[in-house]
Ligand binder design. Structure first.
Ligand code: FES
Length: 238
């Protein structure tokens, strides 16, 4: 029986030898497609195209310069920088919010433009309640006041009584004049009021001061009365 391995170069190959060579070549191609190392006829170890690509990739990766390690000093510098940045951003936001009014006009805590003298309650009539502003518009011969609706005793909402023409608190019976002045009861002081100004052509011409002097609205009938519900002036103790 012919031995396929014993044939020499130049010799005619027998059909068995040709079959052997073909089978070997097929095996080699299959190994290459699967990415396996295989041995050539001369005994040399060959690598497939895929293996070459992977080897190149690994080479490139190894050649890439690795990042320098961060020293302790650098780390602390970065940390301080980040903390400073946060503080500056917060300060900026707080500064911005400070410049934005917290209350809108016509909202409790903001400004109320009541118009000119003709829009105010008559000097000899009852006060008018302003529910949004939480005050009573009280006008008499001495001037105008915006009285805070809360009793100076324990914080109940007092009421206007037409029969007695005065304010009376339903909780413990404190009583006050139309001007807010204390009459009787457990309240320790006259009614509190809001700061207000008279304004004409963009200029302030009078305001209510800490002593609680009313606004001379009748003497300046064309001036606007503006109540600032962010500022409360305490009533006088009795
Ligand atoms: S709360 Fe008004 S009298 Fe007490």
């Amino acid at each position: 029986m012919a031995n396929p391995k014993s044939s020499e170069a130049g010799d005619e190959l027998s059909p068995e030898q040709q079959k052997f060579q073909e089978t070997k070549e097929q095996q080699r191609q299959q190994d290459a497609a699967a990415g396996q190392t295989f041995q050539s006829d001369s005994g040399e170890y060959l690598t497939s195209g895929r293996q070459k690509k992977e080897a190149k990739k690994a080479e490139k990766k190894a050649a890439k310069p690795k990042g320098e390690p961060v020293s302790r000093r650098e780390f602390l510098n970065y940390a301080w920088g980040a903390a400073l940045g946060v503080v500056l951003v917060e300060a900026g936001i707080a500064g911005f919010l400070f410049t934005v009014p917290r209350f809108k006009a016509g909202e409790f805590g903001g400004l109320f433009d009541l118009g000119t003298f003709s829009s105010l309650p008559p000097v000899d009539g009852p006060p008018i309640s302003n529910l949004d502003g939480k005050f009573w518009s009280s006008n008499d011969a001495s001037g105008f006041r915006a009285l805070y609706r809360v009793c100076t005793h324990l914080g109940c909402l007092y009421e206007w009584k037409d029969q007695t023409f005065r304010f009376e608190c339903p909780c413990h019976g404190s009583k006050f004049q139309k001007t807010g002045k204390y009459i009787e009861g457990p309240a320790p002081r006259s009614l509190d009021q809001f700061y207000a100004i008279l304004e004409q052509n963009g200029q302030m011409i009078a305001d209510i001061t800490e002593g609680g002097e009313p606004l001379p609205a009748a003497e300046n009938p064309d001036a606007n009365v503006i109540v600032d519900t962010s500022k409360i002036l305490k009533g006088q103790p009795h």
